[in-house]
Design a protein around this ligand. Sequence first.
Ligand code: ZN
Length: 247
Amino acid sequence: MTQVTVWNEFVHEQENETVAEIYPDGIHTTIADALEERGFETRTATLQEAEHGLTEDALDDTDVLTWWGHAAHDQVDDDVVERVKSHVLDGMGLLVLHSGHFSKIFRALMGTTCGLKWREAAEKERLWVVEPGHPIAAGIDDCIELDEAEMYGERFDVPQPDALVFNSWFEGGEVFRSGCCYRRGSGRIFYFRPGHETYPIYHDETIQHVLANAVEWAAPVDDPASSSSGNAEPHEEIDTNDDRSVH
Ligand code: ZN
């Protein structure tokens, strides 16, 4: 069974009444429950735990990690970020959610600033499915409509995604690449935009459905390409002596 670790910085829920009302047990609990209901084995981890709950053992037992952060990106320990990154390169899936675009781990894996435009005006968002055959869009209609959302606008400073699954339109006029797939090493990464803490986004069944699809998609697969690096014997008979070699 696919094992999911749901990580949350868990700061707004403990400091802001509006957020605490929507997510009394934290965003992580809502997401973990939704994934559990859809057949995944889940555990949660937060910033406040030792090593942020992301020890080597915890990551060894994780097929897919989901990441929500906003106010405390700089408090995430660099050693933990490095550890998460090496697990991704080794094949662990990673779902980066909403304001996680500015997390250390996402920026490290993208190699860009990951900056974007934003506005908090409780405006309507439509996430258009622009890759209907993609497994992350399975079971989703032409678009997902959210009545109240924070706006994120282009340009989103990320590398060109390997696949773009959702493209958002906002009532105020902006557009945004809301569902971006990447591959780094053997790991699959999906960035999914909705999830501002003052709106009940993660209680939305369709959003939960997309998260479940994305977990399924990002789960590690046997990858022959990743196990075939290193010094190689030639396939044809050649002179392998080269005086210039320094190895
Ligand atoms: Zn937000």
